[in-house]
Design a protein around this ligand. Structure first.
Ligand code: FAD
Length: 514
């Protein structure tokens, strides 16, 4: 055992965006924090990696919460709070859908343009379409009119209620509601309801009936309000700049620092142990690892908390939520002439509505070089595509079976993408294939999962836990906390976590943020 004597107000396990926003917010409040990341770059699923002159996004590439107005632009705000900023490139179109029955539609930044295109396709539902998306806007307006901090802190709740009482009541009303129920109140056409399903699925990996209305309100409105904005230099820039801000404020991040245990004393978290045997103490420990990995919920021997001390509430959580499937991802460098400069950056292909939630049922495609050509060598483009795939498809294979399966999935993806980018297979300069095993290993995520999804239909976001845990001084942050997956959602979780810890350390500003 090697004891590290340096003192930190908080240790954050993991440098995903949830972990980094917690760390940067605490650093901005004057705390000294240490971030321990087991991989070699920051950002987790929101990072970027470089190969042969290409900068590839690990996962996230459609970025919400990056506008410059209101309170929901949490990524912009988190950077600003540590005196950093990312140059961003506005995307004129959130994404283009390629759906069954020759239904193709793009979601424009301009709200009216999108609503009128959708209404032209479903003229009888014109009014229902306006009412559904209009309700989403009302939810968003509630969120956007109040500073978003920890709902667990009574002092904050009191102050924010005083500042925006109607918005607070509005949000309380929508908290237990799912988007699919709202859609069914206004819309009858089954194809249009399927469209609302894929609108939800593409970021929540659930159909609308299981997608909380609060999240839908945020996503379906922010894309037209703040808009989708791509960080110049790649999505990893967000994490890199947060790290810069944290370090400039005197806090630290260490890479290749794999936490294997959270040390408990008298049932309180008091430190962490690394795989090299080093022990580091702090009175506050924050885990940005998933709840399954933190508490060893499906395998007690692999958790960071010793099995006798895992709170019952965590087992209950794992009965309420299950891990979504992982993905097979391909990262390609391709000849620039294959893609027209007016092509949209993000695309989704669904060929059969019945397959929506199944293995390989949806194809996600992103071509970020259309927004930022500097991500690839001159004259080249990046094509990043992925399709849902379960770890059960990939475990227990021989090396040869594994490699063959990877190539089969790769060919499947190329075939599907070729429908919108013809001749793709003839001009590939570089390729990388990631499987659920790759995501499990390099993102340190249970089963390589995208995140938690409800086991059955739930009452909106109500069962999703906040940041405190039943173990004193241990907090969780990231996508297995309220309000779930997505960079802006985990940034919210980071803000809330830092605020909750800040109230314990007595370092929060009395005033609500401007
Ligand atoms: C393919 C894909 C596409 C996506 N597309 C989008 C998108 O377009 N837009 C969007 O908003 N979101 C998207 N997402 C979702 C989004 O990326 C995630 O919800 C979000 O990044 C999760 O952040 P997090 O803070 O929970 O942590 P994670 O990203 O999971 O990061 C956790 C970090 O903790 C580290 N860690 C874990 N355990 C330990 C340990 N024991 N010791 C030390 N370090 C540890 C990991 O190495 C990792 O770096 C996508 C995700 C994927 C996988």
């Amino acid at each position: 055992m090697k004891a590290n004597k340096e003192k930190f107000d908080a240790i954050i396990i993991g440098s995903g965006i949830g972990g980094l926003v917690t760390a940067s917010q605490l650093a901005a409040k004057g705390a000294k924090v240490l971030v321990l990341e087991k991989y070699i770059i920051p950002g987790g699923s929101g990072g970027s990696f470089k190969r042969k002159g290409y900068t590839f996004d690990v996962g996230a590439s459609m970025i919400f919460g990056f506008g410059d107005k209101g309170y929901t632009n949490l990524l912009t705000r988190a950077l600003k709070d540590v005196n950093e900023k990312c140059e961003t490139i506005p995307d004129p179109v959130q994404l283009e859908y390629h759906l069954p029955n020759n239904f193709c539609i793009s979601v424009d930044r301009e709200y009216e343009e999108f609503i009128s295109k959708l209404s032209n396709r479903f003229p009888k539902e014109k009014e229902g379409i306006r009412k559904f998306y209009g309700t989403c806007k009302k939810v968003f307006n509630c969120l956007d009119s109040m500073p978003l901090l920890s709902i667990e802190d009574p002092a904050y709740l009191f102050k924010v209620f005083f500042k925006a009482p109607m918005s607070c009541l509005g949000l309380a009303r929508w908290l237990p509601i799912n988007a699919g129920d709202v859609a069914r109140k206004f819309i009858k056409d089954t194809e249009l309801l399927k469209f609302i399903d894929i609108e939800c699925f593409c970021w929540s990996v659930m159909p609308a009936l299981k997608t909380p209305m609060i999240n839908a309100g945020m996503v379906f409105t922010d894309r037209h309000a703040g808009g989708i904005n791509y960080p110049k230099g790649g999505v990893g820039m967000i994490a890199e700049k947060l790290v810069d801000g944290i370090e400039k404020l005197g806090s630290k991040i260490r890479y290749r620092a794999n936490v294997t245990k959270i040390i408990l004393k008298d049932k309180k978290a008091v430190g962490v142990k690394l795989s090299n045997g080093e022990e580091i103490c702090s009175d506050i420990i924050v885990s940005n690892s998933t709840r399954w990995d933190t508490f060893g919920l499906n395998n007690n021997d692999k958790g960071l908390i010793e099995k006798d001390y895992v709170p019952k509430s965590e087992y209950k959580w794992s009965k309420t939520y299950k891990p979504s499937p992982s993905f097979v991802s391909i990262h390609l460098g391709v000849g620039g002439e294959l893609i027209d400069k007016n092509f949209n950056c993000h695309h989704i292909i669904v060929e059969d509505w019945e397959e929506l939630e199944n293995e390989k049922g949806v194809i996600f495609i992103s071509i970020p070089t259309l927004l930022d050509p500097s991500l690839a060598p001159e004259g080249k483009h990046i094509v990043h595509a992925f399709t849902p795939s379960s770890i059960s498809e990939w475990d227990n294979l021989s090396r040869e079976e594994y490699l063959t399966k990877k190539e089969n999935y790769y060919s499947f993806l190329i075939r599907k993408i070729s429908k919108i980018i013809p001749k793709l297979d003839q001009n590939i300069d570089h390729k990388e294939i990631g499987t659920p095993r790759t995501h499990r290993k390099f993102l340190g995520r249970f089963e390589g999962s995208y995140g938690p999804i409800p086991n059955k239909k739930l009452i909106g976001l109500v069962p999703m836990p906040f940041n405190s845990t039943k173990i004193e001084n241990l907090y969780c942050v990231g996508d297995s906390c309220f309000p779930g997956q997505g960079l802006n959602a985990v940034a919210f979780s980071g803000y809330a976590c830092a605020h909750k810890i800040g109230s314990k350390l007595n370092i929060n500003d009395f005033k609500l943020p401007d």
